[in-house]
Design a binder for this molecule. Sequence first.
Ligand code: FMN
Length: 215
Amino acid sequence: MNTDLSNYRKSYEKQELLESNINDNPMELFQKWFHEVDTHYKTGETNAMTISTIGLDGYPKSRVVLLKKYTYEGFIFYTNYESEKGKAILSNPNVCLSFFWHEAERQIIIKGKAEKIAPNLSDGYFESRPRGSQLGALVSKQSEVIASREVLENNLKALEHEFEGKDIPRPAFWGGFIVKPVEIEFWQGRPNRLHDRIRYQLDSDFNWQINRLSP
Ligand SMILES: Cc1cc2nc3c(=O)[nH]c(=O)nc-3n(C[C@H](O)[C@H](O)[C@H](O)COP(=O)(O)O)c2cc1C
């Protein structure tokens, strides 16, 4: 196979990111960008983000998860704590999150430390999920090899039967992680590949240092 993609080329012209127009706190700029993308550009899932972890095998691995909440403290998503990513995070909490919103020609890259959120917060979110998603979380030993799809569906049926008419408790192996950022880079595509890159880094006094990076 020899597939040439060298003619794939796009000029980025929609927006700019200037120092005169940014916040001191990157979470506020994140909120501004998220809101703009969510309301003005039809992205589908604005909250879909890639999380990269360093695995127990020493390799980085990236996959998409959904951002479910963000605060000044960080970014929260939910998963199976015993999944490949769950085990990776528990052995090395350093992770990278990234968003690519191509309609807005924007990318955000976040380095941070992930930790489990308090169990009562995971309980609250789990209770708010539709019953089907609750059962799905319960039935899936995420990242483990299974014999067939049929096994999964049979296990689901058995659980539906077991919990008929009852509340479904959150399994201890499922819950939220919060990623507390130490660095956030905002990337805005610009013409002639002279993109805007503004990087916030947390210094030892917990103040955000802001720099422009060469594209
Ligand atoms: C749009 C999208 C949203 C997803 N959201 C989640 C999520 O919120 N939590 C999750 O555990 N997996 C989510 N997944 C599945 C993950 O990408 C991944 O397959 C799964 O978490 C297992 O990853 P691991 O084996 O590396 O731990 C999502 C996938 C896509 C494409």
